[in-house]
Ligand binder design. Structure first.
Ligand code: DGI
Ligand code: FE
Ligand code: FE
Length: 202
């Protein structure tokens, strides 16, 4: 099965079936927010909608099942993921996007794969999904949401850095294990922002 943008309605119905209602509402929020960010930042709108619809497709799979899927398909589980298996919904989700939902577009697969921890050197679509996940209208808890929502439509990199900064300080406050990739992504975008401001200075 090869997925085309025209299959979006079908994917939406499958997500409604496979996700609980709160997760489905969140998913629609991410898909529409990602579409708007794509309009604003010259990304393909339908790719953003599709990646948004699928980003949490593995979220409602039990942890034990996620681990089984990884073991069966040789998907590496790192130490932090073994201790916090919810993190695996990104890896398992990208696998299912390819295998179950027929996504062939590498950029969409990567946007799903990297939507929780980010990665250094993300593509524009990856950034859009990472940010849309954080700012979609159903999100209410995070600090600085109002500021980050506005920033997302001005500068993707600055919005990304702020989200990473707030996520890391939240994880430190609640004493959660930090995946090395989350930290690496933060360091990378902090450095990128510094380089950018160095260039502007002279
Ligand atoms: O699946 P969602 O809830 O929509 O969003 P998500 O996939 O971005 O997951 C968000 C949660 O993941 C949020 O509570 C922060 C957490 N997270 C991000 N990076 C790390 C992390 N949790 C741990 N333990 N370690 C990380 O490095
Ligand atoms: Fe997620
Ligand atoms: Fe999400």
């Amino acid at each position: 099965m090869k997925l085309k943008h025209g299959d979006i309605g079908r994917i939406r119905k499958m997500m409604e079936k496979t996700l609980d209602s709160k997760r489905y509402e969140h998913t629609l929020g991410v898909a529409y927010t990602a579409s708007c960010l794509a309009m604003c930042h010259n990304e393909d709108i339908k790719s953003a909608e599709l990646a948004g619809l699928l980003h949490d497709c593995a979220k409602c799979i039990k942890n034990s099942k996620k681990i089984k899927i990884c073991e069966k398909h040789n998907i590496h589980i790192n130490k932090i993921e073994a201790q916090n298996p919810f993190l695996l919904h990104a890896k398992v989700g990208s696998f299912l996007a390819m295998e179950r939902y027929g996504v062939r577009d590498k950029d969409i697969v990567n946007a799903i794969l990297n939507h929780t921890t980010g990665r250094p050197g993300m593509s524009r679509l990856e950034k859009i999904i990472y940010i849309a996940d954080y700012i979609e209208p159903n999100r209410k808890q995070a600090p600085n949401l109002e500021e980050i929502r506005k920033l997302a439509f001005v500068d993707l990199d600055r919005a990304l850095l702020k989200i990473l900064e707030d996520t890391l300080s939240y994880l430190e406050t609640v004493k959660s294990d930090i995946d090395p990739m989350t930290k690496k992504t933060y360091e990378y975008y902090k450095e990128a922002a510094r380089d950018g401001s160095d260039k502007r200075m002279g």
